[in-house]
Design a protein around this ligand. Structure first.
Ligand code: DGL
Length: 268
């Protein structure tokens, strides 16, 4: 089916997911929407995050004709996934970045004690804990809010002494001792995945929302008969607010230059 795939995030971090999707599904047209006018979502209420997420999903489906929507943001997935999935059940598949990670962890018998680092909103939602313990009741779960990582990464601090110090400070937290797996529960953290892996000397399994989610999306499109027969249009990258700083950060998250277009779906 030659319709686009919608992907949205609170800002530009979800471009890490979009990049993985375009690698796994190169023939698909992507429409990315970054809600830069309202970021960060990570310290907003569940009600407000759900309100923004619904508006964006409605726009992607009704105005842009998307055949599937990926919530490429852990915070929005934790606040709005079930609501959006139920609203569009039988109409358009909605994919969160949380459930595919839960599935991968539940299927791995070597994991008994899993840590989660994420924004305050994702941690306080308790969504990861609830989903993990429902599927694997004896798993031990260690959550830690790491709110300074998003601004640190957006300001370009990675692979240097500042990021090293902050990452070590967070990961040395008592809550995360003895874990055998760690969920990188925020789209931005893929940028510092190598530094996190180095901290653990490769001894802790890391799970992030890029390839696991892209492969899950591919399976769903195959199952629903929604794969496109061949690309017909170019990808679109829309932001609800535009600044040069966003353009610079977008390059870092997507891996190469993209054309960003301002689209204010609230007032246009
Ligand atoms: N993209 C968000 C996430 O994955 C983090 C950024 C924000 O707080 O808006 O949770």
């Amino acid at each position: 089916m030659n319709a686009p795939i919608g992907i949205f995030d609170s800002g530009i971090g979800g471009l890490t997911v979009a990049n993985a999707i375009s690698g796994v599904l190169p023939q698909e047209q992507l429409i990315y929407f970054g809600d830069t006018a309202h970021l960060p979502y990570g310290d907003k209420s569940k009600e407000l995050i759900r309100h923004y997420s619904e508006k964006i999903t409605d726009y992607l489906i009704h105005d842009k004709g998307c055949k599937a929507v990926v919530i490429a943001c852990n915070t929005a997935s934790s606040a709005a996934y079930e609501f959006l999935r139920d609203k569009y059940r039988g109409v358009v598949p909605i994919i969160s970045v949380i459930d595919p990670i839960i599935e991968a962890i539940v299927e791995d018998d070597t994991i008994h004690h899993v840590g989660l680092i994420a924004t305050k909103a994702t941690i306080s939602s308790g969504v990861y804990q609830e989903k993990l313990q429902r599927r694997k009741p004896d798993i031990r779960y260690a959550p830690l809010a790491t709110p300074l990582l998003v601004p640190m990464i957006e300001e370009g601090f990675h692979n240097n002494n500042i990021s090293h110090a902050l990452i070590h400070n967070y990961l040395q937290n008592e809550a995360l001792s003895h874990i055998d797996a760690l969920i990188l529960g925020c789209t931005h953290y893929i940028i510092v995945r190598k530094e996190i892996d180095e901290f653990y000397g490769g001894q802790v399994k890391l799970f992030d929302s890029t390839h696991i989610v892209a492969n899950k999306l591919k399976k769903i499109l195959e199952k629903e008969g929604l794969l496109s027969e061949g690309r017909v249009k170019n990808d679109e990258f829309l932001l609800s607010d535009y600044t040069e700083a966003f353009a610079k950060t977008a390059r870092m998250f997507y891996g190469h230059e993209i054309k960003l277009v301002r689209k204010d779906i609230w007032n246009d």
